[in-house]
Design a protein around this ligand. Structure first.
Ligand SMILES: *Cc1c(COP(=O)(O)O)cnc(C)c1O
Length: 458
């Protein structure tokens, strides 16, 4: 569907949310799909534009989630669709470890050229974000000959066994799924709202390293802005401090840009805001424009430390996903795109920051670019108010705006609009969000909707 084929009177609701067709399909789902899968909003999608999702009942919802930062160029981007359609006509798969195809090499070259740092680089393509994290650890271990992995508080790195161990939040990600791989150590985070001063945090991290032994750790893995952990922008100096420590102890610095990368924060990579260059940088989510694709990109001497045959995967760098990524790159190279992301941040701050003075339970508006969050907490004690975040999100959903929550305590609303969202549609979505905050906060905890407590997925 052409993004301009509809009048921009959205959200456009023709039934309650979810509507009768979505409800019927959701009932069928219950009989067919494992109960282990959660859902943020039980609405079934039939079509999409650059800014909206259209459900099976004909409701058009404003998309402030991008499928968790995946459809950054929109869920129906013409460049992605055309390239994938053309590739489907040629062939769907060979397995890159069996016979090669050009798209894999072109994606690797683009990432080598566009990730921070002018050193010689190599890239490995995989399928999911968790796989990229696991492969970064494999590569760092092969390069250093060490086992240990350092991660920070509130981190999210995935749902596989190793990445569950690296993820901080217990429920729903780890509950009943252990035991986990050993050799993962967690260090404090420089969370400006709740954490200790940066110098103390860095000193504590060095102490942990010395306690384990200066040659214990292969990799230090960190998100430059935490995703699931609550869109925590680390205090200034934290990432450069980690860079220093990693150099000092010969640890591979792995920057997990799976959620924050590829234009999301107004720079191509969030680590650029602090001028920090990773040894290995991880991308996924937005990389494939909705098709499953992930990458590890980094210093040639580290990436090439692995023996031939040591890396791979049946679907790693699938040809359809590589063509989709090449379409995504065309959108990212448009010189108008990053300024557009800066305008998204301006619009969100302009609309939400006045609420800081209006409501003392609005604890912080934070983030960068199109990766913005509202945290709800009691004044003074900062006791998390997940009831408010869940209530606001439920009110947005009922009014046709798709929002997500996040945070260790589930008390944060996160906004991840497509980077190409129509500015009038974003404004309409923010109006509804502000109304939802006003009515939920003014109504107190009793006005929140009881069944809106399911966790978001990543
Ligand atoms: C989503 C996410 C992952 C895991 O990616 P999957 O594709 O779900 O395996 C890892 N790290 C971060 C920061 C993420 O946001």
């Amino acid at each position: 569907m052409s993004p301009y084929s509809r009048l921009m009177t959205v959200p456009h609701l023709v039934t309650e949310i979810p509507g009768p067709r979505s409800r019927r399909l959701h009932d069928e789902r219950g009989q067919a799909v494992s109960a282990g899968f959660g859902v943020t909003l039980p609405v079934f999608i039939a079509d999409a534009t650059e800014s909206t999702l259209i459900d099976v009942d004909g409701n058009e919802l404003i998309d402030l989630a991008s499928g968790i930062a995946v459809t950054s160029v929109g869920a129906a981007n013409p460049r992605v669709r055309e390239r994938v359609a053309a590739q489907v006509e040629r062939f769907t798969h060979t397995c890159f470890m069996v016979t090669e195809y050009e798209g894999f090499v072109r994606v690797a070259q683009w990432l080598n050229d566009h990730t921070p740092g002018i050193h010689e680089k190599r890239t490995g393509l995989f399928t999911t974000g968790a796989e990229a994290v696991e492969n970064a650890v494999k590569i760092a271990r092969a390069h250093t000959g060490r086992a240990g992995v350092l991660v920070v508080d509130e981190a999210y790195h995935g749902r596989s066994l190793l990445t569950m161990a690296m993820t901080a939040k217990e429920h729903p990600y780890k509950t009943s799924f252990g035991p986990f791989p050993a050799d993962v150590a967690r260090v404090p985070n420089a969370n400006p709202l709740r954490g200790r001063p940066v110098a103390d945090v860095l000193a504590a991290i060095e102490q942990t390293i010395r306690e384990h032994g200066a040659d214990a750790f292969s990799a230090l893995v960190v998100e430059p802005i935490q995703g699931e952990g609550g869109f925590v922008v680390p205090a200034p100096g934290f990432l450069p401090g980690l860079r220093e420590i990693a150099y000092r102890y010969g640890i591979v610095l792995v920057i997990d840009e799976i959620q924050s990368g590829l234009g999301r924060t107004g720079q191509l990579f969030a680590s650029e805001h602090e001028g920090v260059v990773a040894d290995l940088i991880l991308t996924a989510k937005a990389l494939g424009g909705g098709l499953p694709l992930s990458a590890v990109t980094g210093r040639a001497e580290i990436m090439d430390a692995v023996h031939p045959g040591g890396l791979g995967g049946t679907y790693a760098g699938n040809p359809l996903a590589c063509e989709a990524a090449l379409g995504v790159f065309e959108v990212l190279e448009d010189p108008g795109l990053l300024p557009r992301v800066a305008r998204i941040e301006g619009a969100i701050r302009g609309r939400l920051e006045p609420l800081l003075a209006e409501f003392d339970v609005v604890a912080e508006i934070r983030g960068r670019g199109a990766m913005m969050a509202v945290e709800f907490a009691d004044p003074g004690t900062l006791a998390p108010r997940s009831d408010l975040a869940q209530g606001v999100s439920a009110a947005c959903h009922a009014a046709g705006v798709l929002t997500l929550t996040c945070g260790t305590y589930g008390n944060v609303i996160r906004l991840l609009p497509p980077l190409v969202i129509d500015e009038a549609v974003l404004a309409a979505g923010l109006d509804i969000l502000v109304d939802a905050i006003r009515s939920t906060v003014a109504g107190g905890p009793d006005s929140t909707i009881a069944d809106a407590t399911e966790e978001d997925a990543a």
